[in-house]
Design a protein around this ligand. Structure first.
Ligand code: COA
Ligand code: MG
Length: 308
């Protein structure tokens, strides 16, 4: 069984910034990942790795899930990232985020190496994996990637690198410019479908223009409609935007429960399709209810534990 985690927002925190690491610990958000990859300059990779390990060992983060994004597997840093993280803070690390995967082999490799390191350091729990789908090769093999490891928990669509990988002429990270419709519709959809087939969570990547909440909301909403569970934040101001978009609002939960009750009563009467508040509902209408209610319950439980 994969751990159930809230992922309405995943906050990225540069591993080389003591200031942001300290601030991150105080932030109430579903999920934080400490970044060793693109937010860290090449000449500070080793220092960032040490900072991140120390932070995970000694800091009490308010976020219930703590992850680290390592460097990509073709880089000179990935091996040290993985080995040092598991040895240094493996028991407190929930998830390793692997960027720029090129195919299922990359996921299998990280899975095996993590298994060896957990055994070597007697880590009594299984560290999860999330991968960034941000290369054309990864989109082309996303279903195989999604099925490559039992540790895999989520797929993240990384539109910044992806746009570069495909040669898209966009104006910034997460921008879709004047493309008619949604420039990333195809990619998000493939990621969402591959995730669902394999019981994984799909998460939408960054939007860099952090002073543009309207556009952030628009992108988050597009992802939510396709079945994504959340979106990255690169700045604290984006957290609330993501949490609002990816939380079912109370009225929706109440209505979903009422619909499920009405459908159950109809079925007792021998009716398969009924009129519910002027809409046709049938078994397809109530399929998503359990998932919606489960998410609402998880959010409520989180809010209760924060209040204590
Ligand atoms: N995590 C934790 N704290 C953050 C943060 C983050 N991602 N982004 C900003 N903050 C903090 C700042 O340190 C500042 O703290 P203070 O009020 O104690 O001084 C506060 O939030 C407000 O930040 P602000 O001054 O508006 O932004 P900035 O100019 O300091 O930083 C960025 C802007 C974009 C450089 C910064 O948000 C950042 O580095 N984000 C993460 C980038 C990243 O991880 N990229 C890789 C993934 S795409
Ligand atoms: Mg990237």
């Amino acid at each position: 069984m994969k751990p159930k985690r809230l992922r309405r927002c995943q906050l990225s925190v540069p591993g080389s910034s003591d200031k942001m690491l300290a601030k991150a610990a105080t932030i109430e958000v579903d999920y934080i990942f400490l970044d060793l990859e693109d937010a860290v300059a090449p000449n500070r990779k080793a220092e960032a790795r040490t900072n991140v390990i120390e932070a995970i060992r000694h800091t009490r983060f308010r976020a219930p899930t703590i992850a680290v994004r390592i460097n990509d597997l073709s880089s000179p840093w990935a091996y040290d990232d993985l080995t040092a993280l598991v040895e240094g803070c493996g028991a407190a690390l929930d998830v390793i985020v692997v960027p720029k995967v090129m195919g299922p082999r990359d996921v299998e490799f990280v899975d095996r190496l993590l298994g060896m390191l957990e055994a070597r350091h007697q880590i009594g729990r299984r560290i999860g994996i999330e991968v960034l789908i941000e290369e054309v090769e990864a989109i082309a093999s996303v279903e195989a990637i999604a099925g490559a490891s039992a540790r895999l928990e989520g797929l993240i669509f990384g539109m910044g690198d992806y746009a570069a990988s495909q040669g898209m002429r966009v104006s910034g990270v997460g921008e879709t410019d004047d493309y008619p419709g949604d420039l990333f519709h195809y990619h998000r959809n493939r990621v969402a479908i591959a995730a669902r087939i394999n019981g994984l969570v799909a998460v939408d990547g960054p939007y860099a223009d952090f002073r543009n909440p309207a556009k952030y909301r628009k992108e988050a909403r597009r992802a939510a409609l396709l079945g994504f569970a959340g979106k990255w934040a690169i700045h604290p101001s984006q957290i609330e935007l993501a949490e609002t978009i990816f939380s079912p609002d109370p009225a929706t939960v109440v209505r979903a429960r009422a619909m499920a009750d009405a459908y159950a009563a109809a079925r007792e009467r021998g009716e398969g399709a009924i009129n519910f508040e002027g809409n046709m509902i049938d078994i397809a209408s109530v399929r998503g209810v359990r998932e919606l209610v489960e998410l609402a319950d998880m959010i409520e439980a989180r809010q209760a534990s924060v209040a204590r």
